[in-house]
Design a protein around this ligand. Structure first.
Ligand code: ATP
Ligand code: MG
Ligand code: MG
Ligand code: MG
Length: 485
């Protein structure tokens, strides 16, 4: 079943059950200063849950575009994490609660394909519930799910929040057992890749604040209503229904992956195992490329452009990680995005016509970013190579902080890139020394801003990038470095 058809069926199922279909909000989370990107379907409905606004409908359904930058480390290594993905969701604002949500989810999941459902084998479905949620257990049993496949889990997995202050609540999740080829037996507690989480039903009834971690926060109190918020990963259910091993192989992503494999002469799927953690490193890189190129397309389409702060910085680093990854796979024939981005466009245009209509603008930002990055790479790589050779000659396994600083200062080489390339050569970098020099330079710059001579046009850009890099959790370059070492 094509991804577009899954989306259509989801919305049709909930529309028939009295839900108003609401379009996706744009990816940038403009209304919430704590959030860079929308990370769940419920974000656009937060004021309804909190009782700040009266919803114009008691029930809604949507397919929300989401970005989760904290998942970037998982991309390609698990079978189920994208940086961009779409979340099918149904919502009740003080209307139906647990019983209705469980019934509606079960029906869509297990109804036969010729009756508008997804036709999942009920024998392969598992459910998790929050520790003391006996009510949810009873409701799942009523659907026919046996007690052995209903599991109690703690806050980390079964108490959902946006990760910031706002509405939250205990949740119940549906998992699909993909079989022994995909990992260890024993349920979601044992192996979350074999048992693939595809749907989360949140019983949204609390407001939380002081969020210190997923498990550590304060409950402000009950929300004015008992609400339902669900999220079904569109790419995840597509991977199940299309019988592919992971979400990078579904119809909306695979063509990008296949093109990257063709460009680099890599044969995708070299590992004989279907266990995600046992993938060949080349396969992981191909998935990263496919994921990141699609993400960049969707992010630029929603109005974000590469820059040195906030959302633009996330985009810049996602683009650069894709470019760097394809070069590490052996592609050296000039820019790669002019080949890959049009394929991503063709994958997404059927559901998002704007990516085709606006492609000239979208592609000019992406291609411009690649040109600039390739220039940086050209300038810095020779210097770095010499430094590596020198370090080797003098029998050192550490690249000095001075060298890293010089590369940064003169050639606009981001420190992450230096770390990555050094790691490929079996060297570490004196990061503390580098940071000290950076701090000294900042002090000098403050003392006499006018006298400072940069000597390179790119410098300000990357200095800003480093200084602004703090708030955005992004370990992309380090990740590639780890993969390479
Ligand atoms: P996981 O435990 O697998 O990381 P999650 O519990 O963090 O998933 P939820 O916050 O419950 O995910 O989000 C609701 C649904 O969205 C999930 O059940 C899953 O189907 C989907 N989903 C979550 N994160 C991703 C992602 N990074 N890529 C694709 N789909 C995702
Ligand atoms: Mg997660
Ligand atoms: Mg989970
Ligand atoms: Mg979940």
């Amino acid at each position: 079943m094509k991804t577009a058809e899954i989306k259509r069926r989801f919305l049709a199922h909930f529309e028939a059950a009295g839900h108003t279909v609401v379009p996706s909000a744009p990816l940038p989370a403009i209304a919430d200063p704590n959030l860079l990107f929308i990370n769940a379907g419920m974000v656009q409905f937060v004021p309804f849950f909190l009782g700040q606004r009266t919803p114009p409908y008691p029930r809604a359904a949507s397919v929300q575009k989401c970005i989760r930058t904290p998942d970037i480390d998982e991309v390609g290594k698990t079978s189920r994490h994208g940086t961009f993905f779409q979340m099918n969701g149904n919502f009740s604002f003080g209307d139906y609660f647990k019983e209705g949500a469980i019934k509606l989810a079960w029906e869509l999941s297990t109804n036969p394909v010729d009756k508008g459902g997804f036709g999942l084998d009920p024998e392969r479905i598992w459910a998790t519930v929050y520790l003391d949620d006996d009510e949810a257990i009873e409701l799942w049993k009523k659907t026919g799910l046996p007690a052995e496949r209903i599991v109690r889990r703690g806050k980390k997995d079964n108490f959902w929040s946006m990760g910031i202050p706002g509405p939250a609540g205990p949740c119940s999740e549906l998992y699909y057992d993909r079989g022994p080829a995909y990992g260890k037996e024993g349920g979601p507690e044992v192996d979350e890749d074999r048992y693939l989480e595809f749907w989360n039903l949140v019983f949204m009834q609390y407001e939380i604040t002081n969020v210190r971690s997923k498990e550590d926060f304060d409950i402000v109190g009950e929300l004015p209503n008992k609400n339902i918020d669900t999220g079904m990963g569109l790419e995840r259910i597509a991977s199940i229904l299309q019988g592919v091993d992971n979400l990078y192989e579904i119809d909306e992503v695979n063509p990008i992956l296949a093109k990257a494999a063709e460009m680099t002469g890599k044969r995708y799927g070299q590992a004989t195992s279907k266990v995600a953690g046992e993938s060949h490193p080349d396969d992981v890189r191909l998935r990263v490329i496919a994921d990141h190129v699609r993400t960049a397309l969707m992010v630029i389409s929603d109005g974000v452009t590469p820059s040195n702060e906030g959302r633009g910085y996330v985009l810049r680093r996602i683009l650069r990680r894709a470019i760097r990854s394809i070069r590490l796979l052996g592609w050296h024939e000039g820019p790669a995005l002019p080949i890959l981005l049009p394929i991503a466009r063709d994958c997404m245009a059927p559901s998002y016509p704007e990516v085709a209509a606006d492609f000239d603008r979208i592609s000019s930002y992406a291609y411009g970013e690649e040109e600039a990055f390739l220039q940086t790479l050209r300038a810095g790589t020779t210097i770095l190579d010499t430094a590596v050779t020198e370090a080797r000659k003098s029998d050192k396994s550490v690249l000095s902080g001075e060298k890293a600083f010089q590369l940064h200062d003169t050639y606009g080489f981001p420190i992450d890139l230096t770390l990555e390339i050094a790691a490929e050569q079996g060297l570490t970098v004196d990061e503390a020394g580098f940071r000290r020099l950076m701090a000294e330079q900042r002090t000098r710059a403050k003392a006499d801003a006018k006298a400072r001579k940069t000597g390179h046009a790119d410098l300000s850009q990357f200095r800003a990038a480093l200084e602004q890099g703090g708030p955005v959790e992004f370990t992309g370059y380090r990740e590639v470095a780890r993969e390479s070492s």
